[in-house]
Design a protein around this ligand. Structure first.
Ligand SMILES: C[S@@+](CC[C@H](N)C(=O)[O-])C[C@H]1O[C@@H](n2cnc3c(N)ncnc32)[C@H](O)[C@@H]1O
Length: 310
């Protein structure tokens, strides 16, 4: 049975200050690990609304959390629909909101999903939502060389993005690129030997494709603003990121929300109307403990940032 070990579970619960009767939102339900603890800690009257794009995650977590009855509401949706969901369920404000970004271990470990560069035989897929018409195979076989290069360089920070994009376009003239293994072989020959020491050569390209397939960074900044504004006074927003591109967006959004009046200092009164909306609780992100790192290698790149609505 595939499983997912929740990252920085205790730290996230502390961050959210979960209490009985509180109303919570978990945008990334996954295996339901964080959700389960939020529900336990907010018992007997707390409520949790949770979204995921992945039917399998919703089904599994739904089973796991069914003991909580009506206190738990799973929703198949993108967490970027937060504002609409809040309205639809008539929630005035949340006490706590959690995002644990990226993919779960069971998505990565289920070889048939094509998320991992280790599943050589599998079709290039990487969709969290299997109804999404855009898969990694579509991108690799239809995007222009320029578009591929831009994605690999922007979302994968891959220095050989140009060469990988060029070789993909050459190869697909010969035949459609179908599997993870076929893409691995193209990447392998596009990166000079002396630069292959830094982890698996496909790591950055696969990260880039996954971000593009699932639109992971699109609208994230705006959603963070919406979420902070959707909290009650004193409510907490906790976000776990796993790579620098996500973390930078969270940091920038928190900064924007924390900034007060931006008028020129020479003006006698404020004309911009901008008001500080949150306190940033984590001046520096919280990192996993040594103990967690030794037990769960997937926590390695995690960073937790917390904000509190004022
Ligand atoms: C890292 S896992 C969450 C694990 C969970 N916190 C736990 O403890 O089991 C991320 C989950 O969020 C989902 N996800 C990622 N981006 C999403 C989005 N924009 N909207 C909804 N779900 C998303 C993925 O499908 C995946 O199941």
């Amino acid at each position: 049975m595939l499983s997912h070990v929740s990252v920085m579970l205790e730290e996230c619960l502390d961050a959210l200050k979960v209490v009985d009767g509180g109303i919570y939102f978990d945008g990334t339900l996954g295996g339901g690990g964080h959700s389960c603890e939020i529900l336990k800690k907010s018992s007997p009257n707390g409520r949790l609304f949770a979204t995921d794009l992945d039917d399998y995650a919703l089904q599994r977590a739904g089973e796991r959390l069914k003991e909580f009855g009506e206190r738990f509401t799973p929703i198949k949706s993108n967490f970027k629909n937060f504002k609409q969901i809040k309205e639809e369920y008539h929630i005035e404000g949340f006490d706590g909101i959690l995002l644990d970004l990226g993919v779960s271990s069971f998505q990565l470990d289920d070889r048939s999903r094509g998320f991992s560069y280790l599943s050589a035989e599998e079709e290039l897929d990487m969709r969290m939502d299997r109804n999404n018409p855009l898969s990694a195979k579509v991108i690799v076989n239809t995007y222009s060389q320029e578009e591929l290069k831009n994605i690999f360089s922007l979302y994968g920070e891959e220095r050989f993005s140009n060469s990988i994009a060029k070789n993909i376009c050459l190869e697909r003239q010969r035949k459609t690129i179908e599997t993870v293994g076929e893409l691995n072989a193209i990447i392998e020959k596009s990166i000079p030997a002396k630069f292959k020491k830094d982890g698996h050569p496909s790591k950055r390209t696969f990260q880039a494709l996954r971000i593009e397939v699932n639109g992971e960074l699109d609208g994230l900044y705006e959603t963070i603003l919406d979420m902070a504004r959707g909290l009650k006074k004193g409510g907490r927003l906790a976000i776990l990121t796993f790579h620098s591109l996500e973390d930078r967006i969270v940091k920038r959004a928190f900064k924007e929300l924390e900034t007060d009046c931006i008028c020129d200092k020479s003006l006698p009164v404020c004309v911009c109307g901008k008001k500080k909306e949150i306190n940033i609780i984590t001046k520096h992100p919280i990192l996993p403990s040594e103990e967690e790192l030794s037990k769960n290698s997937r926590s390695r790149s995690a960073k937790l940032r917390i904000a509190e609505k004022i």
